[in-house]
Design a protein around this ligand. Sequence first.
Ligand SMILES: C[S@@+](CC[C@H](N)C(=O)[O-])C[C@H]1O[C@@H](n2cnc3c(N)ncnc32)[C@H](O)[C@@H]1O
Length: 397
Amino acid sequence: MNKTYQLGATAAFGLEGVVAGELKRLGYENAKGFHGGATFEGTLTDAFRANLWLRTADRVLIYFGRFKALSFEELFERVKALPWEELLPRDAQVYVTGKCARSKLMSVPDVQSISKKAIVERMKAAYSLNWLPEDGARYHIDVHLHQDEAAVTVDTSGAGLSRRGYRTLNAEAPLRETLAAAMLITSPWRPWLPLYDPLCGSGTLPIEAAMIALDRAPGLTRAFDMERWTGVDGDALASLRSEARTRFETAKKERAVDISGSDMDERVLRLAAAHRAQAGLNDFIRLECKPVSRAQLTEPRGAVVTNPPYGERLGDKKSAEAVCRDLSALMRGHDDWTLTAISSDRDFEKVYGRRCTKKRRVFNGRIECEILTYIPTSDRLAKERRPAKDRGERAKK
Ligand SMILES: C[S@@+](CC[C@H](N)C(=O)[O-])C[C@H]1O[C@@H](n2cnc3c(N)ncnc32)[C@H](O)[C@@H]1O
């Protein structure tokens, strides 16, 4: 139960450092970003804690084995040599997937079936069984071959961590919850500042913001595969869940938040309202039906974090650009408000009319995007500094 494993929190391209930062804030000082996520060390209870609290990761995996495999015989022997009985009980449902890239072994079905056979053989010998009943908890094992190196992982999460449980209705082009959380975490918004999404669609950004502001664990109301495993410390898991519930209940009583969203589409706002209710956040997010051209920033400072329409299809490009100009007009003159927007449009800055302060390349599903952040005060400070620097350089000549 107290065995320490190498764990991995997988993430979308571009979010590796964000996940590593989240893990460090959870106390896993040695967390390191790598291509596709971040690694850290911990027990199964730590894996559960990561599942419960990570906002930007896709899954939490146990790295169960790594080895070179140049032939199927070698793959079979190396998978069989792993101590499966330490993690899997005799009734484990063994579900194996595979991936192959730039390796000698490139047949995914063969990698899958040979690995499964090797695990079954190991378990049969360890438990003195002729066949495995496989009627217990599910263990999803993945064998990923990359440049002939096999990484064998066991998935502790089950459904991807973006499935918080509140978003059950389908809007067009919803933003993935993990990406929405990453936009908020990397934006200049802080939980005590007003947050506004004038293109909120089904409500993902305001809901994720309220969850951050109110210390609500993203996994609070959903289950994880590992909770059904026999090797976990059930009491420790239950106490982590109950602590998370208490933190949310306490924050709801003590914290003041100012989070709102609007959208011009009444139907999509109804979905946002349903999702807000499902997340238990009715009292903390205001929703309004209006076009961005009528949106206003009424507080002296705050953050707009938004996901404008991409205009991927030909006919949509013009209206997406009009929205971008409306956003620019909304922000104009509000030097103490920041804007963070995600866009796949390479011309976003041109249409918006200004260069952004910083950007981060990410993928929203398969679409390559940028998260652009505008911090007008930094423009102001830069302008204030620039003449002095220029003067100094000229004076020297
Ligand atoms: C990419 S979607 C946002 C999706 C949202 N982040 C979610 O997770 O559901 C863009 C949203 O902008 C809204 N929209 C488009 N043009 C608008 C306008 N001029 N004013 C207000 N909302 C607009 C659409 O109705 C749509 O819901």
